[in-house]
Design a protein around this ligand. Structure first.
Ligand SMILES: Cc1ncc(COP(=O)(O)O)c(C=O)c1O
Length: 589
């Protein structure tokens, strides 16, 4: 047989293999790249409009005309004619089309091949090196892996491969983020397993003086830099201990942030205090210090700023106001384990602090909490409250006459043992979150309509959550911010990006406050010690409402072991969603 004939047969067989492998694998098309397959017959490259085109004829020839037309219209090559006639699902249509083109090219003459190779070398810099060896091809085919080779690692400036690939997942297109890539949280290692087993073997399961609990308190106090740490059974318990230790009495007012988890405010009501809310600062999402003083009354006793999502609040400003009005400051640090503010850890920035150890947190212990303070008196009071206010423990005789309320906020040895090894890993794990967030911020800031989180230079963010804002008006869209956010949320979720809203209302809008349900019968607001009517209305917190209307949150997706590889896919998905407003507007809100 002639050499040309052998080549053609080899090419045809290769095409069939390519077709089969493509069918079996999920192809990842990287943006702005030449994508090359072996045998060197399918040669796909990005066109101006973002579609990949079969590319066989020398520039300037008839074929080029076709490419230009197809780039505008969206088809991927001559195989399109057939795939359109056959009513195949989009993904299958794409592969069929590519395989058809492959077959066609395999039968192409030597002259045309030369022209193709010439044009291949005209790929944009850094993208033409995407050749795949015959061995690589066969290996890929054997694994059923994608036969598309991304020539460069960059994702920014993504170009979607085909009409089918470009179609939003929410409208029936393929999902941008491969399924199963994201790893869940918390990551549990052999160290934690061994630590918990040790508790079982030791047989000491509880007690404020139990060895794991004591060791956890010592290690966390050292990590944060405070004199005391008291382990509790939740962040809410730790916050309540702070409120009680601050000496809050019925009717006393405590100022806090209008946006947080409910416990930030309900811990005040737990002690018959009256919460007074302050709107958020729109860039940091934390309490706006400029609006605190207008909420201070003669009954105000304390402020609870929250380091929301892992970013410390403006503590210098908050503390200056507190000092001026003689108020106690309790940090709600439940979301900010390890974050730094002007060189100090969150949790060591005020009179007292509370951390949560629930399983979603950067320092997860299953369930649990930690209370930190440098004040001996605060520590004594909080410690008493943790265990029924049993103040004078006598090892020989426990016959105290309890004179003040206390609770049972003790933790247990399993939580303490599980948490301790994680303290050693916390900074490293936060560094992964920070690297992931930095990658997202770098790329998302280039997408018109997306505003990544802001981090003032005097503090670090530990990204318990990564909150972005959306700017529909900036895109020239007439759709309202909320509808746009919902469309984006649906579109991104369908692409495999886990985005949500987190808490959908300001805390004062919750019925508990709005209707003053409280303990029933209007208590504690109706208590005679509560000196005046307090009205809670969501609309009094316009920045919070605005933020809720135009922002989205990503949580544990940024947590280790997830890394840049997953972030690249997320950026890809964002670029896909924001790359075609016509499609996005068709996504139901
Ligand atoms: C800001 C904030 N405060 C308080 C809490 C309460 O912590 P826990 O669930 O451990 O009681 C949480 C937990 O979700 C929180 O995120």
């Amino acid at each position: 047989m002639k050499r040309g004939g052998v080549r053609k047969i080899a090419g045809v067989l290769g095409s069939i293999a390519a077709f089969a492998a493509q069918w079996g694998g999920s192809s990842i098309y990287r943006p702005g790249q030449c994508i090359l397959q072996f045998p060197p017959r399918i040669y796909l490259r990005p066109c101006a409009s973002g579609y990949l085109s079969g590319n066989r004829k020398p520039p300037g020839g008839k074929r080029r005309k076709f490419l230009e037309r197809s780039a505008a219209e969206g088809p991927t090559g001559p195989g399109d004619k057939f795939r359109k006639q056959l009513d195949m699902p989009s993904r299958a249509r794409f592969h069929f089309s590519a395989a058809f083109d492959s077959f066609r090219n395999a039968t192409m003459g030597r002259k045309a091949m030369k022209a193709e190779s010439k044009e291949r070398s005209a790929c944009p810099p850094g993208t033409a090196g995407g050749r795949i060896s015959r061995r690589g091809f066969l290996k890929g085919a054997a694994l059923g892996a994608p036969l598309v080779l991304a020539a460069s690692g960059g994702v920014g400036g993504a170009t979607v491969v085909s009409t089918a690939q470009k179609k939003l997942a929410a409208l029936g297109g393929p999902q941008a983020v491969p399924r199963g890539l994201r790893k869940g949280w918390p990551l549990i290692t052999e160290e934690e397993k061994a630590a918990v087993m040790k508790v079982l073997e030791r047989g000491v399961l509880w007690g404020t003086g139990a060895p794991e609990t004591r060791a956890l308190e010592k290690e966390w106090a050292e990590f944060i830099g405070t004199k005391h740490c008291i382990a509790t059974n939740g962040g809410t318990a730790a916050l309540h201990m702070g409120v009680a230790a601050a000496g809050i009495e019925p009717g006393d007012e405590v100022i806090t942030c209008a946006y947080s988890w409910l416990a930030t405010a309900s811990c005040i009501v737990h002690h018959n205090g009256i919460p007074r809310f302050v709107d958020i600062q729109p860039r940091t999402f934390n309490i706006d210090p400029a609006k605190i003083e207008e909420k201070i009354t003669p009954r105000t006793r304390a402020i609870i700023p929250v380091h929301l999502f892992g970013l410390p609040a403006d503590m210098d400003e908050v503390k200056a106001i507190a000092k001026k009005h003689n108020l106690i400051v309790i940090e709600d640090a439940c979301q900010s384990h390890g974050a730094m503010y002007k060189g100090k850890r969150a949790g060591n920035l005020a009179d007292m602090a509370a951390f949560s150890l629930n399983a979603t947190k950067n320092l997860p212990g299953g369930e649990g909490g930690l209370f930190n303070t440098n004040g001996d008196e605060y520590a004594d009071r909080a410690d008493a409250l943790r265990m029924f206010n049993e103040i004078e423990l006598n090892p020989h005789f426990r016959g105290r006459n309890f004179s003040e309320f206390g609770w049972n906020y003790r933790t247990q040895e399993f939580t303490a043992a599980f948490t301790r090894p994680r303290i050693k890993r916390l900074d490293a794990e936060n560094a992964v979150r920070q690297a992931n967030a930095a990658y997202l911020t770098k790329h998302l800031s280039q997408i018109k309509g997306v505003i990544p989180p802001y981090v003032p230079s005097d503090r670090t963010h530990v990204y318990h959550m990564y909150r972005i804002r959306l700017n529909a008006a900036g895109l020239g869209l007439s759709v309202d911010a909320r509808t746009f956010r919902r469309k984006v949320q649906r579109a991104l979720s369908a692409e495999g990006v886990p985005v949500g809203g987190w808490k959908a209302q300001p805390i004062p809008s919750q019925n508990l406050f709005r209707l003053k349900v409280g303990y029933g019968k209007g208590c504690p607001w109706s208590c005679p010690h509560s000196h005046r009517e307090v009205v809670y209305l969501g609309e009094d917190y316009p920045e919070t409402l605005k933020m809720l209307g135009d922002s989205l949150v990503m949580g544990s997706a940024l947590y280790p072991p997830n890394g840049i590889e997953l972030m690249k896919h997320y950026v890809n998905a964002f670029e896909k969603v924001f790359g075609d407003m016509d499609q996005l507007m068709r996504v139901s809100a």
